[in-house]
Design a protein around this ligand. Structure first.
Ligand code: SF4
Ligand code: SF4
Length: 252
C-alpha cells in the first residue's frame, strides 16, 4: 500500500479548519484534516517496463513501499524532503511521468551513500533503480541531462586546453557559466579570480584554507592562476587526444 507523506500532498488538496465543533464536540486539530481525492488520467505503464528491462532497474518491482529507504536517506532528511526515493519508485511504477518531471530539480541529488540499498528489506537496489529512472527520462528528453555531466564536459575541455588542471580558470570559468560576472584580463581574456562577482559561499570556502597557507605556496598559486603555465608540447598531444576521444565517443 502506498504511503502518502503529508509533504507530498499539494497544499490546495488539504482542508483544515482553524476550529471545528461537531455535535458540541471540539474536534479541532489533526482530527479535522481532510485530503481531497484526485483523479489521474495521464500515466504511462510502459515506462516501468523500460526501467525493469534496463540493467540497473530490474529490482524496481520488489519494492513494497515500506519507506525504509527514505527514512535512511541523508538527502531527504538533511537537505530537501522533496527528495524521496520511495516516492520516485512509486511514481515510476505508476507511470506518472509528469509528477516525476515536477521533481526533476531534486531527483539528481543522490549522494550515492547506498544507505537506502543496505536498509531495504526487499533487496531493491534503490540507488541503481533511481539512476535507471533518471537515465530513462533523460534519454526520452523528459528531463535535462545529469547536471554534473555539464561540469564534466567543462572540466574535460579545460584539461584538453592546458594539459593540466587549471584551478583558477576551471573554478571561475564555471562560476561565469552559472551566470556570475567574472572579470577577465584584457589580453588573454582569462578570468581573474575574486575580481567581479564571487558567490559568498566560495569566498568563505576559499578564505579558510588561504589563511593557513604557506606564503610561497600562495604566491605560486596566484602566479599560476594569472599566467596559466602550459604543459610542454601540449598542442600536438592535444590534437591526437581529441581525435581519439572523438572516435571513442567520449567527446562530442
Ligand atoms: S526500502 Fe525498499 S521496499 Fe521499502 S520503500 Fe524503499 S525500495 Fe521500497
Ligand atoms: S544512495 Fe542516494 S537515495 Fe540512497 S540513501 Fe544515499 S542519497 Fe539517499
Amino acid at each position: 500500500m502506498a504511503i502518502h507523506e503529508r509533504s507530498l500532498v499539494e497544499p490546495e488538496r488539504i482542508l483544515r479548519k482553524e476550529r471545528l465543533v461537531i455535535d458540541g464536540v471540539d474536534v479541532s486539530g489533526d482530527w479535522n484534516l481532510i485530503i481531497l481525492p484526485r483523479v489521474i488520467n495521464n500515466y504511462d505503464l510502459d515506462f516501468a517496463k523500460e526501467i525493469i528491462n534496463s540493467p540497473d532497474g530490474k529490482t524496481i518491482n520488489q519494492c513494497y513501499q515500506c519507506s525504509y529507504c527514505t527514512a535512511s536517506c541523508p538527502v531527504h532528511n538533511y537537505w530537501d524532503e522533496r527528495y524521496n526515493p520511495r516516492h520516485f519508485i512509486y511514481l515510476a511504477r505508476l507511470g506518472l511521468i509528469d509528477e516525476l518531471q515536477k521533481r526533476a530539480d531534486v531527483m539528481w541529488r543522490c549522494v550515492s551513500c547506498h544507505k537506502c540499498t543496505h536498509r531495504c528489506p526487499k533487496g531493491v537496489l534503490v540507488e541503481e533503480v533511481l539512476k535507471a529512472i533518471l537515465r530513462t527520462m533523460a534519454k526520452k528528453g523528459l528531463i535535462d541531462e545529469y547536471p554534473s555531466k555539464k561540469f564534466d564536459k567543462f572540466f574535460t575541455e579545460s584539461v584538453l586546453e592546458y594539459g593540466r588542471i587549471e584551478d583558477g580558470e576551471l573554478l571561475f570559468g564555471w562560476i561565469e557559466k552559472q551566470g556570475y560576472k567574472v572579470f577577465k584580463d584584457p589580453i588573454l581574456k582569462k578570468p581573474i579570480p575574486f575580481i567581479g562577482e564571487t558567490p559568498e559561499w566560495l569566498k568563505q570556502l576559499t578564505m579558510k584554507p588561504i589563511k593557513s597557507m604557506n606564503i610561497s605556496f600562495l604566491v605560486l598559486n596566484a602566479k599560476h592562476m594569472l599566467f596559466h603555465p602550459r604543459t610542454k608540447n601540449w598542442n600536438r598531444f592535444k590534437q591526437v587526444l581529441r581525435k581519439v576521444m572523438q572516435e571513442e565517443g567520449a567527446l562530442h
